[in-house]
Design a protein around this ligand. Structure first.
Ligand SMILES: [Zn+2]
Length: 267
């Protein structure tokens, strides 16, 4: 089957694979809720465990130049923790990197590798870093792109390479293999998750971000329009769409298991 036909066939039904453990990596408080909150809520309802990592605390997310950025960061962390409770995450980590100045460097990647090796997710959800000019929506924030690249680079190869950031491994955080990536806010969706049962939870989570949303009716209309549009692609009422990357499928053993199997065969 050609790649085009495969894409066409898979786009006809909702995406059903579900990670037992997943991590959402976002640049700002509220990204995860404008992003994949309904998918996260659905997976959690089905028995998955989720963890949220916010690279920044959104200390530049306002219109008032006299506002104390640390005060704003504290407000936004409170809002994000409340929203995370609505979605059902096990917890939230704030990395306290500077808002508006996020860089995909070794410092950020080491923080993310530490989070990944601690929580051990099967899948990581992050912003699609290649979507610089979303259709009809101007420019995608530099922090979204930086967080997306850092998440991808932390997943592969760093988190699974025991020699990357050796101090982590020596401190007890050995390598961890993340099998799949789900990149949201993408211009090239290839997986649609049915969120008909949880789109209301996404809205409830968004309501927690009072400092960021002036007109909630407008947000509600926009989310309804967008998620029903994505749903149409796979014949359900509402869907989230992702660029889904399988790094290792479920049948692929982890490198250590593969080495063991090879040794058994040789013996
Ligand atoms: Zn953002």
């Amino acid at each position: 089957m050609t790649e085009e036909l495969l894409a066409e066939a898979s786009a006809q039904s909702p995406h059903e694979w579900r990670p037992a453990r997943f991590m959402v990596i976002a640049a700002h408080p509220d990204d995860a809720d404008f992003g994949p909150a309904a998918t996260a809520a659905r997976w959690i309802d089905q028995g998955s465990e989720g963890w949220l990592v916010c690279c920044t605390s959104g200390d530049q997310g306002g219109e008032d130049p006299d506002m104390d950025p640390l005060e704003l960061a504290a407000i936004r962390e409170r809002e994000q923790r409340a929203a995370a409770d609505v979605v059902g995450y096990k917890g939230v980590t704030f990395l306290h990197m500077p808002d508006g100045a996020l860089v995909n460097d070794l410092i950020l990647r080491e923080h993310l590798v530490r989070e990944i090796r601690t929580f051990k997710p099967d899948a990581v959800l992050a912003t699609d870093p290649e979507n610089t000019f979303p259709r009809g929506a101007g420019v995608n924030h530099t922090d979204h792109r930086a967080a997306g690249w850092a998440a991808v680079d932390a997943v592969y190869p760093a988190a699974r390479n025991p020699m990357a950031f050796p101090a982590l491994a020596r401190g007890g955080l050995g390598k961890h293999v993340v099998r799949r990536l789900y990149l949201f806010w993408t211009h090239r969706p290839n997986a649609y998750v049915d969120i008909s049962s949880t789109v209301a939870r996404k809205l409830a989570a968004l309501r927690c971000h009072a400092s960021q949303i002036q007109d909630f009716t407008e947000v509600e209309q926009w989310i309804a329009e967008w998620s029903s549009g994505q749903g149409k692609e796979v014949g359900v009422a509402n869907a989230d769409s992702f660029y889904h990357v399988v790094i290792d499928d479920d049948e692929t053993p982890e490198p250590a298991e593969a080495a063991e199997q090879a040794a058994t065969v040789e013996a």
